[in-house]
Write a protein that binds this ligand. Sequence first.
Ligand code: NAD
Length: 352
Amino acid sequence: MLDTFVEMVTWGHEQVVFCNDPETHLRGIIAVHSTVLGPALGGTRCWTYDSTEAALYDVLRLSRGMTYKASVAGMDLGGGKAVMIKDAASPPTAETFEKYGEFIESLGGKYVTAEDVGTDEAAMNAIRRATRHVTGGVYEGGYGDPSPITAIGVFEGIKAAAESAFGSDNLAGKTVAVQGCGHVGSYICKLLHEAGAKLVVADIDAKRVQKIVEATGAATTDVKKVLTTQCDILCPAALGGVLGDKSIPALKCRVVAGAANNQLVEEQRHARALQDRGVLYIPDYAINSGGLIHVGSEYLGIPKDEALARAHRIGDTIRRIIATASEHGITTLEAANKMAEDRIADATRAAV
Ligand code: NAD
């Protein structure tokens, strides 16, 4: 059984708020991991959890991850996340989300929410009725879908990785296997195709694959084979948990650089396993931070074109991560974490 305080102390969380409203069947947990760099931004996940413990573990892990992502992205934002525990018998309604918005409002801007798995624009609009501490999405005055900006950041990160692995950031003729042809994956394919890369794509949705084949002339492969396709660069852009004990020994690529969140099954151990196999792994939370830059900029009032310029600079961040890893003899994940922690430590020192 998780002890909430022990977990908070271990992971370094500032505040965890349990939200309960029987009338609207709301049961949620908001985790504020850190506000050292700014308001704790992170989406609200609406999911069916087996237990409160599972929901708590998820929100604590994800909110901490957001602190690291915002820090490495250079944003003046902290890390937070929320989960709403979905009850299949009484799925959340607009009233549930509006009530939940009141809980967010009660935190006075310490936590800022956005869309995540299981929440959509309608949910955000309902939350918006109760609080202004919500960002991202397609509504009047909003910056719109973050996926194209996420893809730009991933593309810049892939170029930086290629520079290190192959001695040039020129992707012409390089084979890139892309797992997932969804919102981000399809934009990444477009950019890679324009850069002259050879694409091999896979998705469980055949229509999405077909669209990319028509637009780019990509070759296709089976969803079960895409991770082990012979290629220069593997770009996971579908699910998390794809790099583990089974897949890592079977990889046939020199670089892993993609949009999917939480690609490593066990962070430290599998980052090390990739390095030991001679595969350059680009930490997912650093390369896919374009989306956070986009929605965070909207909240902070940073102009859209500046947000775009920041996403283009993700390549420079990836170059710094690779250089730090090589300089200290650590994995690229350890290097990214170090960069994130150093920036937070500097801000903490400056505040006292
Ligand atoms: P999406 O749902 O639009 O696309 C995911 C695609 O993966 C879908 O087409 C789906 O059919 C496919 N897929 C699912 N299981 C698969 C499998 N086993 N093999 C092959 N394909 C499979 O989601 P998205 O917005 O494109 O996000 C993709 C990933 O990038 C996610 O992990 C997401 O968390 C991460 N991410 C997205 C953004 C963003 O701006 N959208 C930002 C940061 C990170």
